[in-house]
Design a protein around this ligand. Structure first.
Ligand SMILES: [Zn+2]
Length: 465
C-alpha cells in the first residue's frame, strides 16, 4: 500500500467517527451549485450518516421517521469551505482554531507544516472533543541547514532528502512540504524520490529555482506566490539566487523588488502562466497573510472586533507588529502586495488554478476562520468573480483532493455533508459568506446558537484581560 493511501484511509476513518449525527432536513433552501453557478431554488436537503441522502422539492412530503427539521426557507446553501493553508496544530493552537473554523463555515483545512513531534502526537491522540475540521497533513518543511523555521528539517545532501521523503511518507503525511532554502540538487532528489514513493511535493519555490522549474518537476502547489512575481521581472531571480540569507517574506520588504516593479515583463509573465497552467500546479496566494504583514486594514487596529477572539498574548504581538513595524519595509511590502494581487487575477485568467488559503497560525491579522472570508474578498479584488472566488475554497480544494479522479457534484445525493447556510446569495456579493446561518461539518448540524456558543467558548477559554 502506498503511504498516501494509508493517510487517506485515516482521513476517511476520522470522518466516519462523526457518522452518528442525527438526520437533518434543511427545508426550503436555495442550493448553490458551484460547478456551474446554477441556483436550485426551494429544495429540501436531507442529511444522514455524514452524507447528503436526498435533495427534493420543498413541496414534496418528507419520508416518515425521526428527522430534525430546520427551516431554511430563503437561505442559500453552499459547499463547506476549505482553508488550504493553515498551521493549526502547534502548541495546542487547535483549541483556539478549531471552533473558529467551524463557526466560520471552514469544514476542512490543509495543515501546511507542523512540528514533527507535536503533529504526530496530535494525530496519534485524534482530534479534541467537539467540532473539528477535516485535515490534510503536510510534513515539516524540508529546507537548508539550519532550517529557517524551527519546525523545519535540514536537508544537507540529496541522499538525506531521499531518506526524509521515505520517512515522512511512511509516517502517513499527505504531502512533502518544501521550503525556500533547498539547493537545486537536494530539491531534485526530493522531487524524484517523492514521485517514486507516490507522495506529492508542495510548498514554496526554493529561492535557487524558478516557479517553472518546480512546475516541471511535478510540484503540486506553490504557496504565497513564492518567486511567481519575481520571475516576471528580468534579472530578479539572478540576484535572489546569490543571496543566501534571502527568504520569501524578506524579499518583499527589502526594497529591491518594490524598486524593480516598473520593469515587469508582461510577455515573460504570460509565458510562465502557460507553463504553470499546463502543469496544473495550484497557487495558494495567501493574500490575507501578506496584507496582514504589510498593510493594516484599519485606522485604529485596536478597533477590530475580531481581536476579542484572539488569545491575549497573540493580540499583543499583532498590535506591536503594527506599532513597531518599519515604515520603509511596510511601504515596500505594500507595493509588492498590490502587484501580487493583480498578478493573481492575471494567473486566474490564464487558467492557473487558485486555492484559497490564509496561513492562519499566529500570523499578524490572520483571524482563524474568518480570514478565509477576507481571502475570498481579496481574490475578488484581484479580479475573480464571486463564483470563481467561492470555487477557490470549495470546488478547487475538492479537485485538489480528487487528484485527477472524476469528481461528483459537491451538493448531490451521496456527497459528504459539509455545508454552509448563508443569509443571502454569495454569487452576487462575496462579502455575504460572512453572514452564516448554520454549518454542517461531517454531517453534524450546527445552528446559529451552536456557532455563537462555540465562539463564546473560545473567548472564555483564556484569562480575562
Ligand atoms: Zn505557512
Amino acid at each position: 500500500m502506498r503511504p498516501f493511501v494509508l493517510a487517506l484511509t485515516l482521513f476517511v476513518a476520522a470522518g466516519a467517527a462523526f457518522a452518528q449525527a442525527e438526520p437533518v432536513a434543511l427545508i426550503g433552501v436555495h442550493v448553490v451549485h458551484v460547478e456551474n453557478g446554477r441556483i436550485e431554488r426551494s429544495q429540501t436537503v436531507i442529511l444522514r450518516d455524514g452524507r447528503i441522502q436526498a435533495i427534493q422539492p420543498e413541496s414534496q412530503a418528507l419520508a416518515a421517521g425521526p428527522l430534525r427539521r430546520v427551516d431554511a426557507r430563503g437561505l442559500y446553501l453552499t459547499p463547506g469551505l476549505w482553508d488550504m493553508h493553515t498551521h493549526a496544530h502547534r502548541a495546542g493552537r487547535e483549541r483556539w482554531h478549531y471552533p473558529m473554523y467551524i463557526a466560520n463555515g471552514v469544514v476542512g483545512i490543509r495543515d501546511a507544516a507542523t512540528h514533527l513531534g507535536s503533529g504526530m502526537a496530535f494525530r496519534a491522540k485524534g482530534p479534541p472533543a467537539g467540532p473539528a475540521p477535516r485535515v490534510i497533513w503536510g510534513s515539516p518543511a524540508l529546507d537548508r541547514a539550519p532550517p529557517a523555521l524551527a519546525s523545519g528539517l535540514a536537508v544537507e545532501t540529496p541522499e538525506a532528502g531521499r531518506q526524509l521523503v521515505r520517512l515522512l511518507a511512511g509516517l502517513g503525511y499527505d504531502f512533502i512540504k518544501v521550503y525556500d532554502g533547498l539547493s537545486p540538487e537536494n530539491y531534485q532528489a526530493i522531487a524524484e524520490e517523492a514521485k517514486r514513493v507516490g507522495i506529492p511535493v508542495e510548498g514554496h519555490t526554493p529561492l535557487t529555482l524558478s516557479p517553472t522549474d518546480v512546475a516541471r518537476a511535478g510540484q503540486r502547489t506553490i504557496e504565497h506566490l513564492t518567486l511567481v512575481l519575481e520571475a516576471c521581472i528580468p534579472g530578479a531571480l539572478d540576484w535572489i539566487k546569490v543571496d543566501p540569507s534571502a527568504d520569501s517574506m524578506g524579499l518583499m520588504a527589502d526594497g529591491r523588488l518594490a524598486a524593480s516593479l516598473d520593469r515587469f515583463d508582461a510577455a515573460a509573465c504570460q509565458a510562465q502562466s502557460r507553463v504553470l497552467a499546463e502543469a496544473g500546479v495550484w497557487q495558494v496566494p495567501t493574500l490575507v497573510q501578506t496584507r496582514g504583514y504589510f498593510v493594516v486594514a484599519h485606522d485604529d487596529p485596536a478597533d477590530e472586533p475580531r481581536l476579542a477572539f484572539v488569545p491575549p498574548e497573540t493580540r499583543a504581538e499583532w498590535l506591536a507588529h503594527v506599532r513597531d513595524g518599519k515604515t520603509a519595509e511596510r511601504r515596500n511590502g505594500a507595493k509588492v502586495f498590490e502587484r501580487q494581487s493583480r498578478l493573481v487575477g492575471e494567473l486566474h485568467r490564464a487558467g492557473v488554478g487558485i486555492l484559497a488559503g490564509t496561513d492562519a497560525s499566529d500570523e499578524a491579522w490572520v483571524f482563524p476562520g474568518s480570514a478565509l472570508h477576507d481571502e475570498l474578498a481579496l481574490l475578488v479584488d484581484a479580479g475573480l468573480s464571486p463564483l470563481d472566488a467561492l470555487r477557490t475554497a470549495t470546488l478547487n480544494p475538492a479537485r485538489y483532493r480528487a487528484r485527477g479522479r472524476p469528481l461528483a457534484p459537491l451538493i448531490a445525493p451521496g456527497s459528504d455533508a459539509d455545508l454552509v447556510l448563508l443569509h443571502e446569495n454569495p454569487l452576487e456579493d462575496i462579502q455575504r459568506v460572512r453572514d452564516i446561518r448554520g454549518v454542517v461539518a461531517a454531517g453534524h448540524w450546527y445552528s446559529p446558537e451552536d456557532l455563537a456558543a462555540m465562539v463564546a467558548g473560545v473567548r472564555g477559554s483564556w484569562p480575562r484581560d
